[in-house]
Design a protein around this ligand. Sequence first.
Ligand SMILES: *[C@@H]1O[C@H](CO)[C@@H](O)[C@H](O)[C@H]1NC(C)=O
Ligand SMILES: *[C@@H]1O[C@H](CO)[C@@H](O)[C@H](O)[C@H]1NC(C)=O
Ligand SMILES: *[C@@H]1O[C@H](CO)[C@@H](O)[C@H](O)[C@H]1NC(C)=O
Ligand SMILES: *[C@@H]1O[C@H](CO)[C@@H](O)[C@H](O)[C@H]1NC(C)=O
Ligand SMILES: *[C@@H]1O[C@H](CO)[C@@H](O)[C@H](O)[C@H]1NC(C)=O
Ligand SMILES: *[C@@H]1O[C@H](CO)[C@@H](O)[C@H](O)[C@H]1NC(C)=O
Ligand SMILES: *[C@@H]1O[C@H](CO)[C@@H](O)[C@H](O)[C@H]1NC(C)=O
Length: 346
Amino acid sequence: MGPQISVLISSFPCLLPLLLSLIAGNHVEASYMDRRVFAFRPTKMFVFGDSYADTGNTWKNESTAWKVPYGFTYPGKPSGRWSSGHILTDYLALSFGLKSPIPYQWRQAGAKYLKYGMNFAHGGTGVTETLVAYPNMTAQIGLFEQLIKDSTFSSGGLNTSVTLVTLSGNDYSAYLARDRSFAGLPAFITSVVMQLKTNLRRIYDIGARKVAVGELQPLGCLPSNTAANSFQQCNGTVNLLVGLHNQLLRQAVADLNNQTSSSTFIILDLYDSFMSVLNGTGDSKFETPLTPCCSGVNSGFYCGSVDGNGTKMYTLCKDPESRLFWDSNHPTQAGWRAVFSGLSAS
Ligand SMILES: *[C@@H]1O[C@H](CO)[C@@H](O)[C@H](O)[C@H]1NC(C)=O
Ligand SMILES: *[C@@H]1O[C@H](CO)[C@@H](O)[C@H](O)[C@H]1NC(C)=O
Ligand SMILES: *[C@@H]1O[C@H](CO)[C@@H](O)[C@H](O)[C@H]1NC(C)=O
Ligand SMILES: *[C@@H]1O[C@H](CO)[C@@H](O)[C@H](O)[C@H]1NC(C)=O
Ligand SMILES: *[C@@H]1O[C@H](CO)[C@@H](O)[C@H](O)[C@H]1NC(C)=O
Ligand SMILES: *[C@@H]1O[C@H](CO)[C@@H](O)[C@H](O)[C@H]1NC(C)=O
Ligand SMILES: *[C@@H]1O[C@H](CO)[C@@H](O)[C@H](O)[C@H]1NC(C)=O
């Protein structure tokens, strides 16, 4: 996931229609609110990670997510989210009856902006040096710590907060882009998960008590990895490596929960949820699940590309809501809704 791949932002004014449709339609609420670990009503949400969680932190001058046709479905124009509309963060906030927290980039002086928490996630980043090196997760947590220190909002208030952390593969794409060997990946994966564990522990030490960590999604099924076979099948080799990441992550989270004598950390099973949407065993089915809605006209271009004359160099499907994937790495709003409603936490 290069720089053009990685952001999501939000403008959260009109979640009401969505909220109503969720209440009317499905079990998003049940999947979270009933769970022991979230058996309290959070009043705010903090978010760390990358484009799978970013709702507006990338710079407009540097980010594809601020280009047409991003935001096509919601809010109807680019909002900095790497999708056609709402993303994981929005659906998670909604399931708690919260507004999607404001992106850090949009903060203003004053504690009232902390009412719903804050989103520090920044597209393209990871826990190590990626192609978008700053702010990596360590730096995002630093901003959070500073905010807690500076504001009248005390760390005590964190006991009614929930935290979302995503790590969606930018560390790995940067590793491969630097031409490091494929064979070296298992060792690198181990170091990435160790760094993530350190970061999670720090979030706890600052005072967060309910932290949901996303598994790595099946990277081998993303359009960027299936384009070579015309979006016909997932790359199993890549998914095996994803399996290693997720296994190490589960171990890390078990250790952390043991160290902190609590069930502070939970895992969101993004891998299985994506897989069941992909293989049609979930509630939502997509006809051509591996084919993205928006792609560059050829490999030199990407969703949102224009040439020097402003002519668009990408194609857009007729109905983004009929596709799971929006661009080569990110789900559409319908895709996120489907993945979210299939999630369970453990
Ligand atoms: C984009 O804007 C930010 C903030 O104004 C600035 O710091 C950064 O240098 C700009 N980047 C480019 C490539 O112009
Ligand atoms: C994260 O970014 C900070 C600030 O740019 C840097 O000092 C640090 O080495 C980075 N951390 C990792 C694990 O790459
Ligand atoms: C949260 O912390 C505050 C301040 O330390 C305390 O007054 C409050 O009772 C705590 N709430 C819960 C739900 O633990
Ligand atoms: C799967 O991905 C790996 C790493 O990018 C690549 O070397 C391999 O050729 C791919 N396999 C298939 C069947 O496409
Ligand atoms: C939890 O930690 C203790 C002390 O470090 C250790 O003895 C125990 O085996 C651990 N339990 C699990 C389930 O990892
Ligand atoms: C579909 O995905 C789910 C979740 O990963 C898995 O348990 C199931 O075996 C898969 N079914 C098929 C037919 O591949
Ligand atoms: C812009 O359009 C002109 C006229 O059609 C064409 O000659 C030129 O190559 C185009 N420039 C770019 C950057 O595509």
